[in-house]
Design a protein around this ligand. Structure first.
Ligand SMILES: [Zn+2]
Ligand SMILES: [Zn+2]
Length: 190
């Protein structure tokens, strides 16, 4: 087995952890009082809240250390280090993708998909689309929803979505997003 394959397996391992941590520690009521659940609830309710970087670095370092020992014992130090590097590297990519989803407008096909996929989770159904970087495990576990148009509550709208001059969604983004306002809800109910 090549070192690159070990690193790729580590990256795949992270995508699985990304799904498991978000689905169960973030949204299963049995665990939402744990630290991750509390932080994740704040992320959902405030929209632009992210846990402190020191907490994420400590968690990543702890998990890397815990995984390193059995990995090195099973496949040797070189492959163990490659596996953990893939895992931690993909975790860092996840943090970046998640942060960019919230703070920067999409600039690529992947970016457009990632935002629709993630904001469907935020604003339509928190039981769907737990993966942030990939839909893989949502498809495997049956929680994948193909997000087409996402309705965003005005008070939680991402800064990149709404024009500061008109207060409306930027024209280029209207094919993917709509603003959900109380007035709209009332007229829909009428
Ligand atoms: Zn988010
Ligand atoms: Zn969530």
């Amino acid at each position: 087995m090549s070192l690159a394959l070990s690193a790729a397996l580590g990256a795949l391992g992270w995508t699985f952890l990304e799904y498991v941590i978000h689905r169960w520690l973030g949204h299963d009521r049995r665990f939402t009082r744990w630290l991750f659940g509390v932080e994740h609830t704040a992320h959902h309710s405030q929209g632009d809240y992210f846990g402190p970087a020191w907490m994420k670095i400590c968690a990543a370092a702890s998990v890397a250390t815990i995984v390193m020992v059995p990995a090195a014992w099973l496949v040797g130090w070189a492959h163990g280090v490659a596996f953990v590097a893939g895992l931690v590297g993909c975790y860092a990519a996840y943090e970046l993708v998640h942060r960019l989803n919230h703070v920067v407008a999409p600039r690529s096909r992947y970016g457009r998909w990632a935002r629709r996929h993630h904001f469907y989770h935020h604003f339509h159904d928190p039981k769907s689309n737990h993966g942030v970087t990939t839909p893989l495990w949502d498809v495997v576990f049956g929680t994948h929803v193909r997000a087409r148009t996402v309705e965003v509550p005005r008070k939680l709208a991402m800064r990149w979505l709404v024009s500061s001059t008109t207060g409306e969604i930027h024209p280029a983004l209207r094919r993917d997003y709509r603003l959900r306002t109380k007035r709209k809800r009332a007229s829909a109910a009428a």
